[in-house]
Design a protein around this ligand. Structure first.
Ligand SMILES: Nc1nc2c(c(=O)[nH]1)N[C@H]1C(S)=C(S)[C@@H](COP(=O)(O)O)O[C@H]1N2
Ligand SMILES: [Mo]
Length: 325
């Protein structure tokens, strides 16, 4: 039986120290970045690598699979009061307007190339720079978290994301004290994204933002994987935001730039329909959308298998975020 995303494989049931050592090896040899750039599994790339190049002078145990996924699950986010949505449903019912206004994004991402990819950091920050995405991922502490996921359209899922806390990233790049907001921007490429091609009238690229306090909250994740492997294109490869106490549209996909700003950035939805999509956009059951109520939602267990449930304040994450508002 294939391993489920949340079951920690044996090789990761090692000490934290062993785990870090392995990462260090990946980093220092540059193997991690080189192999991951191919977009296929590390294991496979490693095999072809060792055929062509001399074996590195490191005592590698041959039975240790050197892969970043699945990552160890963070115990604080290991369970939820709902079943995990089936992976096929989560991967076939998506919102990604760069490709389509419909939900079958997975059928329309064929031309999109999430690798090679760079993520730049700019604005009010001490370390502005451009990262190769796989070099960045190899140096960040990946973990898995099961989160509720609530779209403003009143459907929801429970999804196991893999990623690193945005706070760790922010600590690394060191924003200036004048930075109050984080503005995140997606790609703009109508040639490979039919939704952008078909809707040149929209304010592409997709932009989202958070206050610094929100961006450094315990919950805020930059996700690079889902269901125990790298993000597929329709989920926002190679890196996307996850803020589970907010409506899903805040969770910007396929990020190319993170900018630190002094003022609140204009965002994609807020620019198009300011009365419907606020900047803060927290899940609040008592605050209706102008066109529908928000106190109930349709929870997806699998495709065609849904359940009506009550919406929770801050999507059930009150203890983490209530102090911010
Ligand atoms: N770049 C970009 N990010 C985006 C969107 C989008 O259209 N473009 N849709 C948002 C919306 S409305 C939701 S609900 C979530 C959906 O994430 P999922 O498809 O991985 O479940 O992505 C968000 N991130
Ligand atoms: Mo959404």
């Amino acid at each position: 039986m294939p391993r489920r995303g949340w079951e920690i494989p044996e090789h990761q049931a090692t000490t934290e120290d062993a785990f870090l050592q392995r990462r260090k090896f990946l980093k220092t040899t540059g193997l991690g970045a080189a192999a991951l750039l191919t977009g296929c599994g590390y294991e496979k790339s490693f095999n072809s690598f060792s055929e062509e190049v001399e074996t590195p002078a490191v005592d590698l145990e041959p039975d240790i699979p050197v892969s970043l996924y699945p990552a160890p699950r963070n115990a604080a986010f290991a369970t939820l009061d709902r079943v995990t949505t089936d992976e096929t449903a989560a991967g076939r019912i998506n919102n990604f307007y760069e490709f389509t206004l419909k939900k079958d994004v997975w059928r329309r991402v064929g031309l999109f190339e999430p690798r090679p990819w760079t993520l730049s950091v700019s604005g009010l920050v001490q370390q502005p720079q451009t990262y190769d995405i796989d070099a960045l991922i190899a140096q960040m502490p990946l973990e898995e978290r099961l989160y509720r996921h609530r779209c403003v359209e009143a459907w929801s899922m429970a999804i196991p994301w893999t990623g690193f806390p945005m706070r760790d990233f922010i600590d690394m790049v060191q924003p200036l004290s004048s930075a109050r907001f984080v503005k995140m921007t997606s790609f703009n490429d109508p040639e490979t994204a039919p939704g952008q091609w078909n809707h040149p009238e929209w304010p592409w690229p997709y932009v989202e933002g958070l206050s610094i306090e929100e961006a450094t909250n315990d919950l805020t994740l930059l996700a690079t994987g889902v269901y125990g492997h790298e993000l597929p294109k329709q989920h926002g490869a190679p890196i996307r935001l996850v803020t589970p106490w907010k409506y899903g549209f805040k969770g910007i996909k396929s990020i190319v730039n993170i900018e630190f700003t002094a003022t609140q950035p204009a965002t994609f939805w807020n620019t198009i329909t300011p009365d419907e999509y606020g900047f803060v956009a927290n899940v609040e059951p008592d605050v209706p959308h102008p066109r529908w109520l928000q106190n109930r939602e349709t929870f997806y267990r699998a495709i065609g298998d849904t359940e009506p449930i009550l919406t929770l304040l801050y999507n059930g994450y009150e203890e983490y975020v209530a102090h911010l508002y």
